[in-house]
Ligand binder design. Structure first.
Ligand code: TPP
Length: 336
């Protein structure tokens, strides 16, 4: 089935809007970092937005995503309001974690956003557990699990993919191969040609694809989801991309980037690429494009204003919601 063929002009324009909004959001928080207000240390996803947007577009509300550090687009597509995300970034009570955490390690169970662990790679086995729960409950939902090339070098990757393969779990492993694991370029932590072929060792398909083309990502993920919903098990998708910014905003420019390398990737930037595809089909002219960008700026402005105007959580809440209220011994964060 060709899933891209079935997208309507409105769907395609909406994908463009989501890419632009994700980029705008990330650019703004990176720009605000260090100037007071923003307490989340931004780990920018600029350059690799097509992966999260392409993978999450078309997911059901009941499908779950396990975010990576660079899946701002997943929160946006899954419908976590930008003002709630921004409030979390400012540590305000109106954020998803009521000021207890930023958008790193934030969850939104109603929208199917799972809570990661903060330990690179260990989210993979948590996501596999969520897929196992779907299977045990006989629900035809899927889990989309995002992680980087560095995470794929940890033992959790092997344990998670092996388990998911054995039990044919409904999960799509989306590996964001952006060429770096923190400071370490790919060639220094990987002697292989590609990650996708590892899937063969776990008994399911693996595919390496252009992670900067939102429609390529969408097609591959939709195919994998259809396999997963049909009970045929997981797929590993290695999405090749590049991140423009440093690992995170408080780092010195630790790796000297080759200007030719940056120029190479800028020519493949997911946003102008989709704009060109839409323009070719007569779906987006210059005026539309400027209007999408202006709307994204206005939405992020409103989110920043909301976050700045929101209060910090009251001190009395410090022990609340830290433990499961279902455990009577731990209610209110205190052992009785
Ligand atoms: C177990 C563990 N080791 C180290 C870290 C610190 N750390 C945070 S992100 C990161 C790099 C992850 O690289 P990759 O998975 O390729 O994702 P990317 O940052 O490139 O998107 C590291 C080493 C961590 N969070 N957990």
């Amino acid at each position: 089935m060709d899933y891209v063929e079935q997208l309507t002009p409105e769907n395609l324009k909406e994908m463009y809007r989501l890419l632009v909004l994700t980029r705008e959001f990330e650019d703004r928080i990176c720009g605000l970092w260090g100037k007071g207000g923003v307490i989340e240390l931004p780990h920018g996803s600029q350059g690799q937005e097509a992966i999260a947007v392409g993978a999450c577009y078309g997911l059901r509300r009941t499908d779950q995503v396990m975010p990576s550090l660079r899946t701002r687009g997943a929160f946006i597509v899954k419908g976590v309001p930008t003002k709630v995300q921004m409030a979390g970034i400012y540590g305000k009570v109106t954020g998803a974690a009521r000021g207890k955490s930023t958008t790193h390690h934030m969850a939104d169970p109603q929208r199917g956003v799972l809570l990661g662990t903060g330990l690179i790679g260990s989210d993979i086995t948590v996501a596999v557990g969520a897929a196992l729960a779907f299977k045990l409950r006989r629900e035809d939902n899927v889990v989309v699990d995002f992680f980087g090339d560095g995470a794929a070098q940890r033992g959790d990757f092997h344990e998670g993919l092996n388990f998911a393969g054995i039990f044919k779990l409904p999960i799509v492993f989306v590996l964001e191969n952006n060429g770096f694991a923190e400071y370490t370029p790919l060639h220094k932590h990987f002697a292989g040609e590609e990650f996708a072929c590892r899937a063969q060792g776990y008994g399911f398909p693996g595919l390496r694809l252009d992670g900067n083309d939102v429609l390529t990502v969408y097609e591959a993920v939709q195919q994998a989801i259809s396999r997963a919903r049909a009970g045929e098990g997981p797929t590993l998708l290695e999405c090749v991309t590049y991140r423009y910014r440093s690992h995170c905003e408080n780092q010195r420019p630790e790796y000297r980037r080759d200007p030719d390398e940056i120029a190479f990737w800028q020519q493949r930037d997911p946003i102008p690429r989709l704009a060109a595809q839409l323009a070719k089909r007569g779906l987006l002219d210059d005026e539309d494009r400027l209007s999408v960008h202006a709307q994204a700026r206005a939405e992020v402005d409103a989110a920043i204003n909301f976050a700045e105007a929101s209060p910090f959580p009251p001190a009395e809440e410090v022990g609340e919601w830290a433990y499961s209220p279902e455990d009577p011994a731990l209610v209110g964060g205190r052992r009785s």
